[in-house]
Structure formats: C-alpha cells, structure tokens
Design a protein around this ligand. Structure first.
Ligand code: C2E
Ligand code: CA
Ligand code: CA
Ligand code: CA
Length: 281
C-alpha cells in the first residue's frame, strides 16, 4: 500500500503495526486466562480511624506465562472492549465472596469490596449473579460492597438505576469509587441507593502541600465529607501513602482509610498474616 497523506503514513508506520500486534496478542492471551487459572485476587485492607480492619478490596491480577504480570490498568480496558469483563467479573464476585466467607469462619469478619464494570451493571441478571454468589458462599448481603464508578452511572441512567435499586433492596452496599474525577451531577448520584463514597486518590495525594490548590482540595474534601455524612453515607479516603495524608483525611472527617501506608494489595495468606500481626498490637 502506498502512503499518501500524513495520516496514511501514520497508519502504516511500523510502530503502529507493532502496537496492533501487541494488542492482538494481549486479546488472544486474555481470552483463555480464566480457563488457564491465570487470574487471581489480591486484597487490600480498609481500616477505620482507630486502625481496626473493617474491610478488604478485592483487586484482580493476571499472570500470563509469556507476558508475565499484566497490570489491571492495562488488561481491564481490553477485557471491557471484548466483553470478557462479564465472565471475569462474575468469577471475581464468586471468589471474593468465597474468600470472605472462609475468613469469617476464622474470626476475621470484614466487608468485602468488589469492583464492578459498566458492562456488568448493564446485564439485567447482574443482581441474580450477586445473589447466587452470596448464597453459594453463605455470606450475608451486608458483607458485600460493590464499587461502581461515576462513569458507569452516567452511561445508562434508567437501566443502571434499576439494577442498583434491586441490589440495594437485597441489602448489598454500593459505593461510588474514584469519587470526584467524573463529571456527573452530585444531585443525580445522591438519588441512587448508595451507601458510601470513595474519594479518589488524586485528591488525597494533594492534601499534604500548603499551596492554594491544596487548600482548595482540602475544602472540597471537607465539604464532600460533611455532605455525605448528612446523607448517612460513609466516606473512604483511598491512596494514603504518607503519615501526613492520613492525618489530614482524619482531620477532614473521612471514616475509612486505604493505601500503601497501611498495606498494599496482599495475597490471601499475606492478608491473614498481616491481619493477625495488626490485631495483636
Ligand atoms: P481502583 O478500584 O481505584 O483500585 C485502587 C488501585 O489503587 C489499585 O490498583 C491499588 O493497588 C492502588 N492503590 C492502593 N493503594 C494505593 C496507594 O497508596 N497509592 C497508589 N498510588 N496506589 C494505590 P490496581 O490493583 O492496579 O487496580 C487498578 C484498577 O483496576 C482499579 O482501580 C480498578 O479500577 C481496576 N480493577 C482491579 N480489579 C478489578 C476487578 O476485579 N474488576 C474491575 N471491574 N476492575 C478492577
Ligand atoms: Ca475500587
Ligand atoms: Ca478507586
Ligand atoms: Ca482508579
């Protein structure tokens, strides 16, 4: 093929070709990942202000024989494009509920937070999937927290709201993840049957400075937190990396903390050891 304009040259550049082949390789590998048992979960603790562990967020990991560990930032968008996120998400839900039930038997009672993609909420039978996962694990609905993003809520208002209503009636907790980075109207979000907000780490990480923009961020976090509280919602601050960030979100009234300062996402057995060491203190 002969290249004419600037655009054509770009289209056939070796770079783009390599990129396309890499993407195809990734897609191909991803299709078989669940069947090959390459997908696993890590659990990151959520603590209250007193430092007690109250929950764990399940985070997906994929390790391919040749590609190695692929970051979720990279493979989740591909899984979403391919429609694979629906079976992947169902597996995550089942595995996370199973793990939470196992921990309960060991005396580690916590809520388990699971991330949910837009395509999952678009399935009318999603509440049934959730219900089946809970029943199979014999886990009470209140022990499960679904993390949804603003992006998701805006996409298909009526359908999503219906699914969320059903889940809320079942007693499942629903949290808006990455709160503050989207552009949806607050009033709209707050009409949904949500139980909490998770303030995005980009806000948390602006909290340690002393400049004007930091002060602006502080006021936003403080205002959002007091509004959330007046509506009976809980507030999680995620991405806490430093002692001073922990102090600030504590002062600003956030209820729960999550971040590398407390613990990174851990394998189930590391989570158990961490929890035991933590509870002894
Ligand atoms: P997220 O839901 O916002 O999850 C938090 C991400 O922040 C995780 O990245 C976590 O490892 C990271 N993190 C936790 N504490 C800190 C901290 O103190 N500092 C920094 N810089 N980062 C921190 P991870 O595990 O790479 O996941 C990335 C994203 O992939 C998640 O963002 C979520 O959107 C998506 N994801 C992960 N697992 C699933 C899943 O099972 N289903 C769906 N739909 N999405 C998932
Ligand atoms: Ca999340
Ligand atoms: Ca988040
Ligand atoms: Ca995020």
């Amino acid at each position: 093929v002969k290249a004419h304009g600037k655009h054509d040259v770009q289209l056939f550049s070796p770079d783009l070709d390599a990129h396309r082949r890499a993407r195809q390789g990734l897609e191909c590998a991803l299709r078989g990942a669940l069947d090959r048992n390459e997908v696993s979960l890590r659990y990151q603790p959520l603590c209250d202000l007193a430092g007690k562990v109250v929950g764990a967020e399940a985070l997906m990991r994929w390790k391919h024989l040749e590609l190695g560990e692929v970051s979720p930032e990279r493979f989740i968008p591909v899984a979403e494009d391919l429609g694979l996120i629906v079976p992947f998400g169902e597996w995550v839900l089942r595995e996370a509920c199973r793990q939470a039930a196992e921990w309960r038997l060991q005396g580690l009672t916590l809520r388990i937070a699971v991330n949910v993609s837009p395509a999952q909420l678009a399935c009318a039978d999603f509440p049934d999937q959730v219900w089946a996962a809970l029943a199979r694990a014999q886990l009470p609905a209140e022990a499960l927290e679904l993390e949804i993003t603003e992006r998701l809520v805006v996409q298909d208002g009526a359908q999503t709201a219906g699914v969320l209503e059903t889940l809320g009636r079942q007693g499942v907790r629903i949290v808006i993840d990455d709160f503050g980075v989207g552009h949806s109207a607050l009033a709209y979000l707050l009409r949904l049957p949500i139980t909490g907000l998770k303030i995005d780490r980009s806000f948390v990480q602006q909290l340690q400075g002393r400049g004007n923009s930091e002060q602006g961020t502080e006021r936003v976090v403080q205002a959002v937190t007091s509004l959330a509280h007046s509506l009976g919602l809980s507030v999680v601050a995620e991405g806490i990396e430093t002692v001073s960030q922990r102090q600030r979100v504590h002062d600003l009234g956030c209820d729960y903390l999550q971040g590398y300062l407390l613990a990174p996402p851990l394998t189930p057995s590391d989570f158990e050891s961490w929890w035991r060491a933590h509870e002894v203190q």
